[in-house]
Design a protein around this ligand. Structure first.
Ligand code: ADP
Ligand code: MG
Length: 554
């Protein structure tokens, strides 16, 4: 028998799409505050929002006559006619936010417009809503939500711990704040202030907060384009990550989870990056409203663009232009170096252990006003660079090995997922190699290299460490080397070091200038930049005064 569902059930089904966890409630409420033109938005949650969520703003407020209507499904002040859907300029537009929250939690909303003498308050829960009554409150809106999912207990089972839910809220809110520098955001948890981001012209504090101060130092502003206003920041070569999580995108101030521009980031950066590494940063795209359709996703975290290829192309061009300009600027900065100026003591670590001397050396390099500038490649094997008052000779293979090794260890320890190959390929091993391979198969998988038996002596390679597929990794030569002892490394580390060795630039390989710049910059940011995992030096440093002695100037 078919019958119509009652209003309560319909409400819960619709709410299910929108309110998935405490973060969803925060997102809907903060979006409403932003749409209301708030300059100050304070969010306070208890137990990660599982207990209460409180959002206070100083925005336009709701007219007393509209208070009850605001909770009706599909009731909104933001769209006039259906045609308005083709040019949505606000974050909300479906009129489902408050209705959905009230369907799954207890909501108390008080609001006051600038013109009103007093604030009015209503309480909504399920399909019930109270008669508005006056309360004392300043202009603006306050929404207090409690007992989230009281009516749908199964939802609660999908939630994580209060601290994990809080972390999601905190990350989301701070990230969103990047697009609204004119708004002061603050967040509190369990009665204690977590952070405040005061309104400010500069995004510096917010970038520090979202990316972390060390990573934020690697960001450079993106050169815009007059046609499609494009703003933002991208990490310069040498600053990168093993994943795409910090490639943030706003379209018309809407934060998207979209992978819409993932290709642009990679393409714009590709000549500058080592394989397997990803730039990070934030892109703000301002497109005409009628070129963006936000009505494609229940939580509005994705949009459809009218001309995606054009946008992608523009972003790509802007990113590569920005990086090229930055590289040129840094080259100039070093060429115009006054001789004898800017010298730094380099404390080279004595061993290949990750000792304190190594850390101090890296600190000195990171604090350095200029990253080393690449001059040329010698004999297709060594990279020559100027680092402050010294000449660097970098062994490209040893350097790349060190970088790849640290990236592999980092991902293995973090349990990062591997990158499945689109087309798994089969390799046939010599009988003697099968046992060798079996002995290291598990350790290789931890580093992202996954293969499964596929016949007696045949394996199917399913995944390789992210990005390393770019350089042909050959299993056989790897197996020939993997048994070799490497002093100071554990069995797993030895496997990873050998994997690194076989995944990277070899001696005798010509490198592009940008590749060399990225290589040297990345090396400097390694925990132990002076030696490859096998203990061979990665670089030799010749100080200017040593050169002076060669010319008998002293
Ligand atoms: P939508 O945001 O899609 O319009 P909501 O259910 O989230 O739908 O909100 C319904 C209406 O309530 C909004 O259109 C707006 O007029 C009003 N409203 C909600 N929150 C606020 C707020 N913080 N300040 C001012 N008005 C608000
Ligand atoms: Mg809304």
């Amino acid at each position: 028998m078919i019958r119509l569902l009652d209003a309560e059930t319909v409400g819960q089904i619709a709410a299910g799409e929108i309110v998935e966890r405490p973060l969803s409630v925060v997102k809907e409420l903060v979006e409403n505050s932003l749409d209301a033109g708030a300059r100050r938005i304070s969010v306070a949650v208890t137990r990660g929002g599982l207990e209460t969520i409180d959002v206070v703003d100083d925005g336009a407020g709701i007219d007393p006559d509209d208070l009850v209507l605001a909770f009706a499904r599909h009731a909104t002040s933001k769209l006039g006619a259906a045609s308005d859907l083709e040019r949505v300029a606000t974050l909300g537009f479906r009129g489902e936010g408050l209705a959905s929250i009230a369907a799954v939690a207890r909501v108390r909303l008080s609001s006051r417009t600038a013109a009103a003498q007093t604030a009015m308050r209503v309480e909504a829960f399920g399909s019930a809503i109270s008669v508005p009554e006056p309360v004392a409150a300043p202009p603006g809106t306050r929404v207090a939500v409690a007992d989230l999912f009281a009516t749908v207990p199964v939802r609660r089972e999908y939630l994580r711990s209060p601290s994990a839910e809080f972390a999601r809220i905190s990350t989301f809110l701070a990230t969103l704040a990047l697009a609204y520098p004119q708004v002061t955001f603050s967040l509190a948890h369990d009665g204690r202030p977590a952070w405040t981001l005061p309104a400010s012209e500069s995004l510096a504090q917010r970038l520090d907060h979202v990316f972390g101060p060390a990573a934020a130092r690697g960001l450079i502003p993106i050169d815009g384009d007059d046609v499609a206003p494009l703003r933002g920041f991208i990490s310069r070569p040498g600053f990168d990550r093993g994943d795409r999580r910090m490639q943030l995108l706003f379209v018309n101030d809407r934060l998207l989870r979209s992978t819409l521009l993932a290709g642009a980031w990679t393409a714009g950066y590709s000549t500058f990056a080592l394989s397997g590494r990803q730039p990070y940063g934030v892109i703000f795209l301002d497109l005409p409203y009628d070129e963006v359709d936000p009505n494609v996703h229940p939580t509005k975290s994705d949009v459809r663009l009218r001309r995606p290829e054009r946008v992608l192309e523009r972003v790509k061009r802007a990113l590569s232009a920005t990086l090229a300009r930055d590289a040129t600027a840094r080259l100039r900065a070093t060429v115009s170096f006054a001789p004898g100026g800017e010298e730094r003591a380099a404390v080279a670590p004595a061993t290949n252990g990750e000792g304190a001397a190594g850390a101090a050396f890296v600190e000195a390099l990171i604090e350095a006003p200029h990253a080393p500038t690449v001059l040329a490649q010698l004999d297709a094997t060594y990279v020559l660079a100027i680092d402050g008052g010294a000449l660097l000779l970098v062994d490209q293979h040893a350097a790349h090995e060190r970088i790849a090794y640290e990236a592999i260890v980092e991902r293995a320890r973090a349990g990062a997922p591997s990158e499945p190959l689109l087309l798994p390929y089969a390799v046939e091993l010599e009988p003697a190699d099968v046992a060798r391979f079996e002995a290291v198969r598990e350790t290789l998988a931890e580093a992202g290299f996954e293969a499964e038996p596929f016949g007696e002596r045949t394996y199917r390679v399913l995944a390789t460490p992210a990005g390393y597929a770019a350089r042909a990794f050959k299993l056989q030569p790897f197996l020939a080397d993997v048994g070799d002892e490497i002093p100071g490394l554990s069995a797993s580390e030895r496997v990873w070091a050998t994997l690194a060795c076989h995944s990277v630039a070899r001696a005798g390989e010509r490198l592009e200038h940008a590749e060399m710049s990225a290589l040297v910059a990345r090396l400097m940011r390694c925990r132990n930049p002076m030696h490859c995992p096998h203990g061979r030096p990665t670089m030799v440093r010749i100080e200017a005064d040593a050169v002076a002695r060669m010319f008998k100037r002293t």
